[in-house]
Design a protein. Structure first.
Length: 223
């Protein structure tokens, strides 16, 4: 895996690694020019999301490196130029590898799955609802890696926001089976890659039938 001095792995490479573990990610391509970006968008279909690909911009949104809801060739061309210009303004010395063009996923219930290296317990898997539930309410569950199927089931059932996944006030239940499979797959991925010290899948959208991971961040151990 390619990385810079901070261990950050570029998202397209991270996606490729996790595809082997059946981690579902939207159809995508990496563009080096605005023309390439429009060609990718036309191929995968609108609307699309565009994200900067740069070792120097691990937190893409903070530097204007993400644009969503692009629905035309003109919008993609302008979006490409806007992203590159925004990142260069925020990080004048940044090396830009390209722009990731992704099919925009439909709205769904958002969850987060992560892994981090605890000095006492080793690699720990985390699961919770996304957005305010993670950031403010800290509604998350943890287990040591590797986990078993019963652990995945319990992690899902432990969070206070479970009714949002099981269906409440007439809402349709989410695909908890696929969510359970995802937790087990991430656990196995981490177990198979001991050089990974941090993993963040956020957001993941859960639907009545299936799930999609929309952003992947991997940090490798430094030499």
């Amino acid at each position: 895996m390619s990385k810079k001095t901070d261990g950050f792995v570029l998202e397209p490479e991270a996606v490729k690694l996790m595809e082997k573990y059946n981690i579902s990610y939207p159809e995508h391509g990496v563009a080096k020019t605005a023309k390439e970006a429009t060609a990718i968008a036309e191929k995968i279909g609108y609307p699309v999301v565009m994200k900067i690909v740069s070792f120097d911009a691990p937190h893409k949104s903070d530097v204007g490196g993400v644009i969503t809801g692009l629905t035309s060739t003109k919008a993609v061309q302008e979006g490409y130029n806007t992203i590159v210009e925004s990142v260069k303004n925020a990080l004048p010395n940044a090396t830009i590898e390209g722009v990731l063009v992704c099919s925009q996923a439909e709205t769904g219930v958002e969850v987060i799955v992560g892994a981090t290296n605890d000095p006492v317990f080793g690699m720990i898997l985390m699961f919770g609802l996304g957005g305010i539930f993670t950031e403010v309410l800290k509604d998350v569950a943890f287990r040591s890696i590797p986990i078993k199927p019963i652990d995945a089931q319990e992690m899902i059932e432990e969070i206070k926001g479970l009714p949002m996944l099981t269906g409440t006030r007439g809402q349709v239940s989410c695909d908890l089976g696929k969510l359970k499979e995802l937790l087990l797959s991430v656990s196995q991925f981490i177990a198979d890659h001991p050089d990974i010290t941090e993993l963040d899948l956020n957001p993941i959208r859960v639907y009545p039938d299936g799930i999609k991971t929309l952003d992947i961040r991997i940090i490798l151990q430094l030499p």
